[in-house]
Ligand binder design. Structure first.
Ligand code: AMP
Ligand code: ZN
Length: 459
């Protein structure tokens, strides 16, 4: 059995072969920490967490997911809120890890922060200047794109066409419109570090190249991120790293997840439809969100709606329902593993829809089985599958009692219904509707009848 992955550069699914036998290195572009993560940001974190788990079954994996803690958006947030930059970044690093933890995302082996790798970035920029791939101009250092003829190979863009099609130069210090910033000057109020080119700060792309080199070596096996990062971020990382390493390849496989939309619309601040993980987990159990994010194949677009959440909730109810009440002896559990068919689906370019179909086939088999030993063996295989996928991580009784974090208990629901009754009595219909929506988000449907309001879980 082999692992197949879709490589963006080759544009197809290929056999995965790591550089060093038995070992894999993986780098995922992580968050820029100036705000809470939204549900779109959670998609790469969850998808590549699952890939890490699948790889760890066969290989010794070193997985790095960086933190971008120096960025103009962070500076802007500091000006806007009047809070020091360090306070903002610390707060949102913690929030990110808490939110992703609630979705069953394991911490990566290494979580490098950009601000702790400035020295490495300066060294790499120095090498690029020395080898003629970068130049200093007006306090900036720029990567000389035409000096690297393979530019565009990852994102399938033709460098000559890009040059021919480019408009009037935006920045006068650029030799070519495609050249991108490796280092830029800082004013006294902005974060800055001493460098051979004056006090300044790094460009975004060089951060990842330097951190990947430091922790994973010159050539890494897998580089991952959302599909919006293919160009220019990953194209630029690739160019810098290859030029700084005498042409050595940077990443052997490039993996990109598709985008998540909300009710068929792009998520954006201007549309006011940005869903923060931090808010979603108040009413929806993390496992429901995780499964919803894994319900489509990672390269496909994923539309997020109430139906997506309800369907994930129903699926988990069925899986938990199958193993409920079965006492699996520890030795039976220890000897169990996920079915080969489920593993094969995940090793086939992380085919999660097929893996879930296999999971349900197992649940059906368990529901039909009557022999106690068979039932224990099948329940153990289900638990092992859940452990691999980051699902079924609470006790079934806890799940059904609604005591899972984010799930509302009967008491919580009664309290909310009281609040709603009062809001309606005060003719505050907006507040009453908001409570109804909150309950709906948590999978609770309510019905007003002559005898009062009744509720049921819509799973
Ligand atoms: P950012 O903090 O904006 O750099 O984004 C962090 C990660 O989230 C990157 O890998 C992005 O590609 C990814 N991402 C951002 N928005 C979405 C979305 N709507 N759907 C899927 N991935 C996204
Ligand atoms: Zn990156």
């Amino acid at each position: 059995m082999t692992i197949q992955l879709h490589d963006t550069r080759q544009g197809k699914k290929v056999l995965f072969e790591p550089l060093r036998e038995g070992e894999v290195t993986m780098y995922l572009c992580g968050p820029t920490v100036y705000n809470f993560a939204h549900i779109g940001n959670a998609r790469p974190a969850v998808v590549f967490d699952l890939l890490a788990r699948v790889l760890r079954r066969r290989y010794k994996l070193t997985f790095a997911r960086n933190i971008t803690d120096v960025d103009d958006k962070i500076n802007a947030a500091s000006v806007e809120t009047g809070k020091p930059i360090g306070e903002i970044t610390e707060r949102f690093i913690d929030a990110y890890n808490d939110d992703m933890g609630a979705l069953g995302v394991e911490l990566p082996d290494i979580e490098p922060r950009a601000t702790q790798h400035i020295e490495e970035m300066i060294a790499m920029i120095g090498k690029l200047i020395a080898s003629g791939h970068a130049y200093e101009a007006d306090g900036h250092v720029l990567f000389d794109v035409p000096s690297y003829p393979d530019y565009g190979a990852l994102s399938k863009r033709d460098l000559r066409e890009m040059i021919a099609g480019s408009r009037v130069e935006v920045a006068p210090y650029k030799r070519s419109a495609q050249d991108f910033v490796l280092w830029k000057p800082s004013t006294p109020e902005l974060p800055g570090w001493d460098s051979p080119w004056g006090k300044g700060r790094p460009g975004w792309h060089i951060e990842c190249s330097a951190m990947a080199e430091k922790h994973l070596g010159e050539t890494i096996d897998i580089h991952a991120g959302g599909q919006d990062l293919v160009f220019p971020h990953h194209e630029n990382e690739l160019a810098q790293s290859r030029c700084a390493h005498d042409g050595a390849d940077f990443a052997r496989y490039w993996l990109h997840n598709g985008f998540l939309s909300i009710d068929h619309e792009k998520m954006s601040k201007s549309l006011g439809n940005v869903l923060l993980v931090h808010q979603l987990i108040e009413t929806i159990p993390g496992e429901v969100i995780r499964l919803a994010l894994l319900s489509a194949h990672y390269r496909q677009p994923l539309d997020w709606s109430d139906a997506t959440i309800q369907s994930a909730r129903r699926m988990l109810d069925r899986l938990y329902g199958a193993i409920r009440g079965i006492d699996v002896p520890a030795d039976v559990q220890a000897a169990a593993g996920p079915p080969e068919t489920l593993i094969a689906a995940l090793e086939d370019d992380l085919n999660t829809p097929r893996a879930m179909a296999e999971f349900f086939a197992l649940a059906r088999e368990l529901n039909k089985a009557t022999d106690d030993e068979d039932r224990q063996r099948l329940a153990a295989a289900m638990q092992a599958s859940g452990d691999l996928m980051g699902l079924l991580q609470v006790d079934p009784e806890t799940w059904f009692a609604g005591h899972v974090q984010g799930d509302l208990s009967a008491d919580d629901i009664a309290a909310l219904l009281d609040e709603r009754r009062e809001a309606r009595a005060n003719r505050d219909f907006d507040a009453a509707d908001a409570i109804r929506d909150k309950l709906l988000d948590a999978g609770i449907t309510i019905e007003d009848g002559p005898g009062g309001t009744s509720w049921r879980r819509s799973g």
